[in-house]
Design a protein around this ligand. Sequence first.
Ligand code: F6R
Length: 612
Amino acid sequence: MCGIMGYVGGDRASGIILNGLTKQEYRGYDSAGIALCCKEGIKSAKIVGRVSGLVKLVENMPQECLEARSGIGHTRWATHGGVTVTNAHPHESADKMVTLVHNGIIENSKEIKADLKAKGIDFTTETDTEAACQLLAYLYDGDALAAMTGLVRSLTGAFALVIMFRDRPDEIWCARKGSPLVTANSGGASYCASDPTALLEFTHDLFFLDEEEMAELKPEGCRFFGFDGARKEKESIFLNWDSIMADKGHYEHFMRKEIEEQPDVLRLTIDTHTVLTSVSMERTLDLPDGLMRRVGHVQFVACGTSHYATLVAQNIMESLDDEVDVRAEVASEYRYRNVRGGDDTLAVFVSQSGETADTLAAARLARSKGTHCIAITNVRGSTIDREVKHTLLSMAGPEIGVAATKTFTGQISLLALLVMQLLKDRGSLSASDEARIIGGMRMLPAHVHSILEREGEIRSLAEKYSASKGFFFIGRRECVPLTMEAALKLKEIAYLPSEAYAAGEMKHGPIAMLDENLTVFAFVPDNDLREKTLSNVEECRARNAPIILLATEGDSKAKDHANDVLYIPRTERELFPFAGVAALQLFAYHVARTLKRDIDMPRNLAKSVTVE
Ligand code: F6R
């Protein structure tokens, strides 16, 4: 989604803002712009394309703009109006008093525009944002707080707004409803950004704006207000991330770096929440006593890759306790369905970013029904972290590649431990299962490491199959979520048609599509379902589809059923996805690399989906 960076202080604003936008490029965008508070008023530069192009434009701005001490910048991911320079942000009011950038969607922009047009104000863009800009200028009579209060009360929809007034060169104003915004003050300067990673080089003490909150940024500090204009005291949150963690280092792509960080993520998660062969999360979770004895229904709610992580959790939970009614739900559906809620239900909301609009709405719905809620997120201070009382933080560190990799691993390891903790509290987890699974989890960092060491083999396989017209990923039970995640990775970064199917479903329709141009990638761990899955593989082979198998090391007979076999270490049954996912991420990565795709910033995608 769009990225925002704002600065007011004693240094050159242009460099700081462009650098902040570069750090947020991974969020996904199609145009970029900057506005600087120059001596002769506010001057803008905008471009369709990358921030690197904007840097060149800014270099050609007048010297007084390069010396500016305040400014705002934006990367736009088009929603209302085409991808053009005119529609790119920042937008300026007709009277040039207000310049602003916006993330989100202003739902009543048509009505506002009609109203202002009737008052004689001309509009120059197709964007919803311009409605907010012109309205603010119309409301402004020298009192910024009063105008801001009037503006936010008139807008419906979701917005993070960052604003400069021509006659207030040492101030930036912010407002947040539905779209994330974080501010900070350090060393005589104030900053704001969509994403905390853009601010970490200045400070780790961050002020995350809450829903319906505004901020006034000055070099000497930040002040916060409610939408009613009343002052609010706000505590900063210390974000324990290193700016180096958000750096690509010597890697060609963030995604490749992040795949390699997975053994560390596993180790950290397991070490933090276990003691020897026991799960020990009760203090971090701090749930009401006896809750899990009362709860008969568990819902896992998320979107995209996070949803597939919850399918892994659902599988583990039902394999350990068949009496709990456990469901993994897509948040965008959950929020509009008449789902069960209340005191006998526990819902776990999973969001890497903690800002996904559908997941947040689903969590709000559950809370309104009196459902017990837990959130899992990777971002301390994110909206879901602040809104849901019981939060578990995944320990993946900042993830910059748009395609989720290490955060998926962080989520599934945390979810597996959470499931065991909940079942332990319920009295239905046997000590032997607990020790078996935790023992198995402790082996995972080494397993994933050994998969990473086979990258050459995976790359050759990816190159060989990159000309395939499409892929079917098939598997059974614990492998089904992995088929979905593998197919999604290939869609996202290689743009190849890829389907995920429970292996037994192939003959109920999809097999009709198979011929020598569609590759079937089947997951056949050496377990009770191996033979059944291999029968499905044979059905695909009989239709001339090239076959790749993901099989357990030592299963030498697997190659009798396939053109190629990728072996992964033997794990506990429930943990096959944990080991296998690294191989599939690398496969997708190398297919995309062979096809010369923009791996870290795939077309049309955004890292954080803050609109519905
Ligand atoms: C896929 C991917 C997306 C996200 C989804 C949810 O690689 O990254 O499918 O998983 O948009 O995002 P979060 O977890 O931030 O709620």
